[in-house]
Design a protein around this ligand. Structure first.
Ligand code: FES
Length: 168
């Protein structure tokens, strides 16, 4: 069966534009999020922006409690979940569609082929063949510094991917 929404052949610039547009929808979904069963709550989900930009690095306040927020400009989803902070690429690792958050199930889901991921980005099911891609990040006092130039794929660099979080 042919998938009419397949954008494998889309030029990269078109995909980036699409991801940017879709980010607004993701952010809107975050703002309407109800309390989830795993501690992600409506109070902490929303839009964020880096307070410091230096090269590929974006510095954000360390999230004070479990939740998720999106930086549209950087195409990053910042998540605090069960004592760890992660920085995910906004796009689905399958075909780069912007991921959505499902508040009632406390998980990320791709709107294109419905791949599902836990709040820590771990793959659950669907066409994707790996977990959500994670950016390298480090803690700096009360901030978290995300390196947009280093994006780890679970299937290519499993050790770096597993270690791409900071504890809080
Ligand atoms: S683009 Fe296919 S599962 Fe996300």
């Amino acid at each position: 069966m042919t998938d009419t929404h397949d954008c494998n052949d889309c030029p990269l610039s078109s995909r980036r534009d699409f991801v940017r547009d879709a980010a607004a929808a993701v952010a809107a979904a975050f703002l309407t999020l109800g309390a989830g069963p795993r501690g992600l709550s409506a109070r902490t989900l929303g839009v964020t922006a880096a307070r410091l930009v230096r090269g590929d690095e974006r510095t954000y306040p360390l999230p004070a409690e479990d939740g998720a927020s999106i930086d549209r400009d950087a195409e990053v989803i910042l998540v605090r979940y069960q004592g760890k902070v992660y920085a995910f690429a906004l796009s689905c690792p399958h075909q780069h569609t912007a991921l959505h958050w499902e508040p009632d199930k406390a998980r990320f889901q791709c709107p294109k082929h419905h791949s599902k991921y836990q709040p820590d980005g771990v793959y659950v099911s669907g066409r994707a063949t790996r977990s959500m891609d994670r950016h390298a990040l480090r803690r700096d006092a009360a901030s978290v510094v995300v390196d947009l130039g280093r994006l780890y794929r679970e299937d290519r660099d499993a050790d770096a991917w597993k270690g791409a979080f900071v504890t809080v």
